[in-house]
Design a protein around this ligand. Structure first.
Ligand code: TRP
Ligand code: ZN
Length: 488
């Protein structure tokens, strides 16, 4: 989904490490130039070409695909945990961005039964985790098209040696599909890169008695015979790695907050207790973050607590983060809730254009934990900074969070030094400019994609200060930067 020229531009990756302070695609309040109408060549002279097998992410060259832009997915699947079998259809509404003779979707494993494009049968083949679709006729740049893929099989997670596996896992009683930086292609065909955000409708059919939770607004459930279909609708653009599916036995809490549905699910493997209380804190934490970052960006609230031993993380899955039960084994923990909820603004509403910029997600989410801790009567953000500035291991200072490399994508540098970078900005520009930068960032890039260069440009514009050296040292330096000082 491309909301503006700016979104497209952000995806081209203009920032080279070290070239800071450039406006990249132009600062956001520049008027958008009117598109130049190109005379459409007649079909006979068009050069129809296959779309690329990746969007060109420097860190993950095969992620996503070229030649089209998805606006909406409709994922209708049935999962039978007893057989570990998934079957269904996914409909992809997209627009061609070039004249296409063929295009790819990302799909890992599973067997494709049929593909249609605009209702007509299309040829399809597999190349590793790519589904290659050749429509009966070429697709013309700018035109919308609809792909329907029918598929089935035993879903398997993606095995990533460097950063851990992601995707569909069969659990004792159901399944869990989640993972960053990729996971969606293990259960539906997708343009699997955050630069192509889209809205989603999910219809998940599971044996009666099990719960199937996904993203967004609960859109009803119905039971026919021994099967129940759970419907979910994510009406805000979502990056594919933020999609999730959790099937199992859960304690469900439903409610409403500020006119939006609240849907929490805690695994019945846990006795009612700290996990339930922590998740119940979601709306309280969201209201606090809203007072700092501006309006909560999505149409629903919620959280899911799971107990599978293979997942020891939380993930900011859109509007409904998934938490490993381990976070609550020591009692109530709203710190992790603050982290995952902060991602709803930073990471989910304002999304990465390229994975190298991961610190924009994790640095801001870590900083939100510090803000929440201070608000909640704990240590101040300054104390959190000081402790890490004094006590971080050498690895944190040697690894540049703005250019961490694939192996360090989720390293302490990205999280902790990322958070310290945010605090260094705050100290340098003062509270007034700092909080205006965060709110403006969330507002101007809402539902869009953004880059580090754009963040730096905004920080300079709002503060009226030249911040190259600050970001250069904190994001790209390989030793501990000087303590930040207020600039005038
Ligand atoms: N982004 C998650 C967080 O900060 C952590 C994470 C990284 C993760 N990779 C993951 C979670 C893979 C689940 C799966 O909260
Ligand atoms: Zn995070």
């Amino acid at each position: 989904m491309t909301l503006s020229r700016r979104t497209l531009c952000a995806g081209t990756g203009l920032l080279l490490a070290g070239t800071l302070g450039l406006a990249g695609c132009g600062s956001s309040d520049e008027p958008e130039p009117a598109p130049t109408p190109a005379a459409a060549p007649p079909a006979a002279t068009r050069q129809f070409k296959p779309g690329a097998a990746g969007v060109g992410d420097e860190y993950f060259p095969t992620y996503g695909n070229g030649g089209y832009d998805v606006s909406r997915y409709t994922v209708k699947v049935r999962y039978d945990p007893a057989e570990d079998q998934l079957s269904g259809t996914t409909t992809v509404q997209a627009a061609a961005t070039g004249d296409l003779s063929a295009f790819n979707l990302d799909l890992a494993g599973l067997t494709v039964r049929s593909v249609t494009v605009d209702g007509a049968p299309a040829k399809h083949g597999r190349k590793g985790d790519e589904l290659v679709v050749t429509p009966a006729r070429g697709l013309i740049a700018g035109n919308g098209f609809v792909v329907e893929v029918a598929y089935e099989g035993k879903p398997e997670p993606l095995r990533n040696e460097v950063i851990g596996s992601g995707g569909f896992l069969h659990t004792d009683e159901g399944a869990i599909a989640l993972g960053q930086p990729e996971s969606a292609s293990t259960w539906f065909p997708v343009n699997d890169h955050p630069s192509d955000k889209a809205t989603y409708d999910f219809e998940i059919t599971v044996p009666k008695g099990l719960t199937a939770v996904s993203n967004g607004v609960p859109a009803g459930k119905s039971t026919t015979g021994d099967w129940t279909t759970w419907k979910w609708a994510e009406r805000s653009p979502m990056a594919s790695y933020l999609s999730t599916l959790v099937i199992g036995r859960f304690r469900i809490t439903e409610g409403e907050h500020k006119g939006r549905p609240v849907f929490h699910a805690v695994t019945t493997d846990l006795p009612e207790g700290a996990a339930d209380r922590s998740i119940a804190g979601t709306v309280r934490v969201a209201d606090y973050l809203e007072s700092v970052f501006g309006p909560y960006p999505f149409g629903a609230y919620g959280g899911v607590v799971i107990s599978d031993a293979r997942i020891r993380y939380a993930l900011e899955t859109q509007s409904r983060p998934v938490y490993s039960a381990g976070f609550f084994s020591g009692g109530e923990n709203t710190g992790v809730v603050a982290h995952e909820l902060a991602h709803q603004w930073f990471g989910n509403s304002v999304s990465l254009a390229k994975w190298q910029d991961i610190w924009l997600n994790e640095g801001l989410a870590t900083y939100a934990e510090w803000l929440w801790a201070e608000h909640d009567g704990g240590r101040s953000a300054q104390q959190e900074f000081d402790a890490r500035y004094a006590g971080s291991p050498g690895q944190v200072w040697r690894t540049p969070p703005g250019e961490p490399g694939v192996a360090n994508l989720f390293s302490e540098s990205v999280y902790q030094r990322g958070g310290m970078t945010v605090h260094a900005l705050r100290v340098s520009v003062g509270d007034k400019a700092f909080f205006e930068i965060l709110r403006t960032w969330a507002a101007q890039k809402r539902d869009a994609n953004a880059t580090t260069a754009e963040f730096v440009a905004l920080a300079e514009r709002v503060s009226g200060q030249q911040l190259d050296d600050l970001f250069e040292a904190w994001l790209y330096g390989t030793q501990r930067p000087d303590r930040p000082e207020r600039r005038r």
